[in-house]
Design a protein around this ligand. Structure first.
Ligand SMILES: NC(=O)c1ccc[n+]([C@@H]2O[C@H](COP(=O)([O-])OP(=O)(O)OC[C@H]3O[C@@H](n4cnc5c(N)ncnc54)[C@H](O)[C@@H]3O)[C@@H](O)[C@H]2O)c1
Ligand SMILES: O=C(O)[C@H](O)CO
Length: 330
């Protein structure tokens, strides 16, 4: 009998076939409330693959046979890693394969917001371009400005590379640890959050969502930013207090915002954020290219197969699980 696994995200057919050679797949789709059949399958499953499913002690109590949870995303704020580790369950994500794609999206969003590209596109398409544009439609420069990056990890660094080499920007960053590479190769400066907010022309949030970063950017932080600042969020919506962001935009505490992520996704149609003029909104498409999504799914599938075949999954988040198992078997 092949082990049972749950696949709760549509993935390319060839990857489903690869999974089928190893496992009995139980197909489900992610929903706000998973149906009883999901929990029935979960009770027998040794693995789960997909992204965004909240994996906490409530879910794990109903998954006595689970050995591995696989995210097909780099962010894993949907996992209670401590609880998974305590229960000896492996957790994996998909770092690196999406870094450059996400950095491209973030830089595109930054340019689109500064140069008001979606608004100008609408202006032309709606037949408003009848004479030379006036200064009320001007954007602001990106090149040679100061970019402040909160969370200088893989993606933050890839954005900084584009900014430094391509746009001659000065880079400030705020991170849990120093980045010698960014300091030596990109002349980036590690500064306090306060200094970054006060001195940056563009403030980019690229730190993961955690207890520590939940609503990290709120009323006080927007007040510290320059009135001409452009705020970009590419990490997770909950890192920002959305109400405070709306207030900062409406009261001209900052100039504009470019967002790929929101407190609630999909963002509700009636969200006041969608009525604020100086905001560019994307539907969480950081890594959404055919090539990169394929690589993320492929890596997820590799993690699942290796993890359940007794090998080390390539991108294991909690290797302590394996150390503990080794110690127990000695
Ligand atoms: N918009 C999208 O589609 C998209 C795509 C990929 C990733 N993401 C988000 O981006 C995040 C980062 O991805 P990554 O691959 O660069 O991860 P990473 O782990 O390489 O980088 C995150 C960095 O943030 C730092 N950090 C953590 N807590 C911090 C804090 N309190 N203050 C300052 N810095 C802090 C870490 O030290 C690390 O250097 C993911 O966790 C995910 O939430 C979004
Ligand atoms: O974390 C990630 O990989 C992206 O947000 C896609 O979900």
């Amino acid at each position: 009998m092949k082990p049972e696994v749950i696949l709760y995200k549509p993935i390319p057919g060839d990857l489903v076939q690869r999974l089928e050679t190893h496992f009995e797949i139980r197909h489900h789709l992610l929903a706000r409330e998973m149906p009883p059949e999901f929990y029935k399958d979960l009770s027998r499953s040794e693995g789960i693959i997909g992204s965004k499913l909240k994996v906490d002690s409530h879910l794990l109590d109903q998954a006595p046979n689970l050995k591995i949870v696989v995210n097909t995303s780099v962010g894993y704020d949907n996992f209670d890693v401590e609880e998974l580790t305590k229960r000896g369950i492996m957790a994996t994500n998909t770092p690196d394969v999406l870094t450059d794609t996400v950095a491209d999206t973030i830089f595109g969003l930054l340019l689109a917001t500064a140069r008001r590209i979606p608004e100008m596109h609408h202006y032309v398409r709606s037949g408003q371009w009848n004479e030379n544009i006036g200064e009320e439609l001007y954007g602001v420069d990106v090149h040679h400005k100061v970019l402040g990056i909160i969370g200088m990890g893989r993606i933050g660094t890839a954005v900084a590379e584009r900014a430094h080499h391509g746009f001659k920007m000065e880079i400030l960053y705020h991170n849990r640890s120093n980045s010698p590479y960014a300091e030596e190769s990109l002349q980036a400066q590690n500064v306090s959050l306060e200094k970054l907010l006060q001195e940056s022309d563009f403030v980019l949030v690229m730190a993961p969502l955690s207890d520590e970063t939940y609503k990290l950017i709120g009323e006080k932080e927007f007040q510290l930013m320059k009135k001409s600042a452009i705020f970009i969020n590419g990490s997770r919506g909950e890192v920002v207090d959305e109400k405070a962001l709306i207030y900062a935009l409406k009261s001209n505490e900052i100039l504009a915002a470019g967002l790929d992520v929101y407190e609630k996704e999909p963002i509700p149609k009636e969200s006041p954020l969608l009525k604020v003029k100086n905001v560019v909104t994307l539907p969480h498409i950081g890594s959404a290219t055919s090539e990169t999504r394929y690589q993320m799914f492929r890596l997820g599938v590799d993690n699942l197969i290796k993890g359940l075949n007794g090998e080390i999954p390539p991108t294991l988040i909690n290797p302590e699980v394996l150390t503990k198992k080794r110690e127990e078997s000695n």
